[in-house]
Design a binder for this molecule. Structure first.
Ligand SMILES: C[S@@+](CC[C@H](N)C(=O)[O-])C[C@H]1O[C@@H](n2cnc3c(N)ncnc32)[C@H](O)[C@@H]1O
Length: 298
């Protein structure tokens, strides 16, 4: 089975406006689809660093002397590039979220299609798993996860039902979780709601919102002026953070204006929001929620 079919391949790499001698980072290497396209456009002196926190991605490492794969979380991008003597870069690509491989391997626990143990860790080194969230979080924290990350209005009721169920026995796998939550899963909406519940747990397990914020702030620090950032996000919570950071250089609120009413922003937005066309979605259903934003450091 194919590891991952890259989304918006041309558009995302075009967004980097590759200089043949430049230094680039693909922080979500996965199956290497975007990285291969970057290498095609780099000259012999160009360099590419890939990050992926999933050990499984290491098997896809590219045999190319311009390329280095780092098996770490991209929340540490600055630290690990520094370790490789790189202090500034010409472009950074992030294709956020989960790879098809991670969804398709039942034991990873990302998919509601399989009856698997609750896991959803993108990195095998992560201590917290979906089991920990579902069985060990207190009620307030469970409510927060479902409300903030699943955007589920009935988060308090969902949290309560989980708490009651786990008093009898731990909730270990997909089927048990589905059974516990059955009253919230009416037949016509069951897949959608379950996907929201799974998304919420996954974001918490992998601390995706905090990681994205740390990554965006460090990207700004390490990009050279004129350097490019191409980010594909797959849900509105991610996209909101990316959009605000590119527009204002902050995640909440508005930047302060000077005496003349101007404010300085760190990025120039390049082009409009890009989404896959119908033809791409037809051949790759996982592209359907993708949103690509491109920015240039001022
Ligand atoms: C959507 S896939 C990227 C696919 C890739 N663009 C390709 O063409 O094959 C996302 C990948 O990023 C990795 N990933 C997600 N969050 C990460 C993080 N915080 N640090 C490092 N890797 C991460 C996942 O393990 C996954 O392999």
């Amino acid at each position: 089975m194919e590891y991952h079919n890259p989304v918006l391949l041309k558009e995302t790499v075009d967004g980097l406006d590759i200089k043949p001698d430049g230094v680039y980072v693909d922080v979500t290497f996965g199956g290497g689809g975007h990285s291969k396209e970057i290498l095609k456009r780099l000259g012999p002196n160009g360099r590419l660093f890939g990050f992926d926190q999933d050990e499984d991605a290491l098997a896809n490492a590219l045999d190319d002397e311009r390329f280095t794969l780092i098996n770490e979380n991209f929340r540490f991008i600055k630290r690990f590039l520094r370790f490789h003597n790189v202090k500034s870069v010409d472009g950074i690509l992030a294709d956020l979220g989960v790879s098809s491989h991670q969804f398709d391997v039942a034991e990873r626990g990302f998919s509601t299609r399989f009856d698997a143990e609750l896991d959803m860790r993108m990195s095998q080194k992560n201590d917290l798993s979906a089991y920990g969230v579902v069985n060990e979080y207190d009620e307030a924290n469970l409510r927060r996860v479902f409300y903030d990350y699943g955007e589920l209005k009935n988060a308090p009721a969902i949290a309560r039902v989980i708490l009651e169920a786990r008093e009898h026995e731990p909730i270990k796998n997909t089927e048990q979780l589905k059974a516990v939550l059955s009253r919230f899963l009416p037949a016509h909406k069951s897949n959608k709601i379950l996907a929201q519940i799974y998304q919420a747990i996954r974001i918490e397990v992998n601390q995706e919102m905090d990681v994205l914020k740390e990554f965006l702030e460090q990207s700004l620090e390490i990009l050279k002026p004129g350097g490019r950032l191409s980010v594909i996000s797959y849900h509105s919570l991610e996209d909101r953070l990316v959009k605000r950071y590119i527009k204002n250089g902050m995640f909440e609120g508005e930047p302060e204006r000077d005496f003349f009413g101007n404010f300085s922003v760190p990025f120039k937005t390049i082009g409009k929001l890009i989404v896959p066309d119908d033809a791409e979605i037809r051949i790759n259903n996982r592209a359907r929620s993708a949103k690509l934003r491109i920015a240039e450091k001022i």
